[in-house]
Every structure is written in structure tokens, then in C-alpha cells.
Write a protein that binds this ligand. Structure first.
Ligand code: ZN
Length: 205
């Protein structure tokens, strides 16, 4: 692509670094940003800057938060003895939307995936282990997507937590294998959390 402006070229290049955005789409979006009301574009730029510099990760569950402890961990009405293990913040949002869960979360930040170069040390598994070790956790619920990576991660964590003798369960799925958690409808997801099954039982199928 030949650009008439270096600034335009730079903006298109940065935009095209986003997933699913090719050069042509990037150019269309950048031209849109140029055409629209200047304030709107500046507000977007400001929101992105604040997002990157202001956001924190909850020191207890690693959920994205504006404060040191996220709203869920800071809420005294939530049960800290039940911890639901999820891949990322989208899963927390999906489960919260069901209004069926009153425990805490633990956000892993991904799944074990050797092909993508993601090992256990890249996730927050050690921090989960320490949380369980320090006491107060009675049940850990696995709520990762039922993909091969999700299953591998569940099993790895299960083995890591075995020595502590706590209850481990997995959400009962009315969802086809391979479906991502965030796409499950609220009723199905809510039900699958209420009717969770002991993790050991899920290994037999
Ligand atoms: Zn938290």
C-alpha cells in the first residue's frame, strides 16, 4: 500500500496489528476515525491509554479490576471457600450474568497449550495452589472450555491440588464439546454450575 501520509501509514499499521484486522480493514477504520467528530476519536484514544495504564489485576483472583481487590473478592457476601477456575475475564462475566454463583473466582490467564508455547508456569496455577495451601478453600470448581487444552489444564490443576484433599468439581455441561464457555447461554451455564459434578466422575467418560 502506498500512503500519501506517514501519519496515516503509521495509524493503519498499528490498527492492523489487532487480531482479525487486515490492512484494508485497518485503512477503512482509520479513515472513519478521521472523518468522525474529533472529540469522539480523542475519547477513544484516551480510553485506550487509561485502559493500558490504569487497569490492575486483582491480587487475589487475577481478574481485571480498577482496584487492588476486585469487586467480587472485596464483597463480604461472596463465599471465599468456593473458587471457580476460569480461563479469562470473559468467563467471569459469563458466569456472573447467570446470577447463580456466589463464590470466588481464579482467573488463569489462558490454558495449557504446548503448541502455542503456553506451559503451566505461564498461568496463575502456582498462585491458586498457594491460595488452597493457605487454607479456607473447600471446593475448587473447574469451568474451562471443554477443549483438549481445557481438559489438559483441568487435569494438571487437579493433580496439583490432590495433596490438599479438598473437593474438586467440574461444571456439568449441556454444551457440546469444544464450545467456548463465553458463548454458552445463561440458563444452560447457570444450570451447569448448580449441577456440577465431582471432577473424578468426569474422568471416567
Ligand atoms: Zn478478585
Amino acid at each position: 500500500m502506498d500512503f500519501s501520509s506517514k501519519l496515516l501509514e503509521q495509524a493503519v499499521y498499528e490498527m492492523s496489528q489487532l487480531p482479525g484486522i487486515g490492512k484494508r480493514t485497518a485503512l477503512r477504520l482509520v479513515l472513519h476515525l478521521l472523518r468522525q467528530n474529533e472529540n469522539q476519536t480523542l475519547q477513544l484514544a484516551e480510553a485506550l491509554t487509561n485502559l493500558r495504564t490504569g487497569i490492575k489485576f486483582c491480587k487475589n483472583c487475577h481478574n481485571i479490576s480498577d482496584t487492588e481487590l476486585c469487586e467480587i473478592c472485596a464483597n463480604p457476601n461472596r463465599e471465599a471457600s468456593i473458587v471457580c477456575v476460569v480461563e479469562d475475564v470473559r468467563d467471569v462475566m459469563a458466569i456472573e450474568n447467570t446470577s447463580q454463583y456466589r463464590g470466588h473466582y481464579h482467573v488463569l490467564g489462558g490454558k495449557i497449550s504446548p503448541l502455542d508455547g503456553v506451559g503451566p508456569q505461564d498461568l496463575t496455577i502456582q498462585s491458586l495452589k498457594e491460595k488452597v495451601k493457605s487454607g479456607g478453600v473447600e471446593e475448587v470448581i473447574f469451568a474451562l472450555s471443554s477443549t483438549m487444552e481445557g481438559d489438559t489444564t483441568n487435569f494438571y490443576i487437579y493433580r496439583q491440588l490432590e495433596e490438599f484433599g479438598i473437593k474438586t468439581s467440574t461444571i456439568a455441561r449441556g454444551i457440546a464439546v469444544g464450545d467456548e464457555l463465553e458463548y454458552a447461554d445463561e440458563v444452560t451455564l447457570g444450570r451447569s454450575i448448580l449441577h456440577r459434578i465431582p471432577f473424578e466422575n468426569s474422568l471416567k467418560n
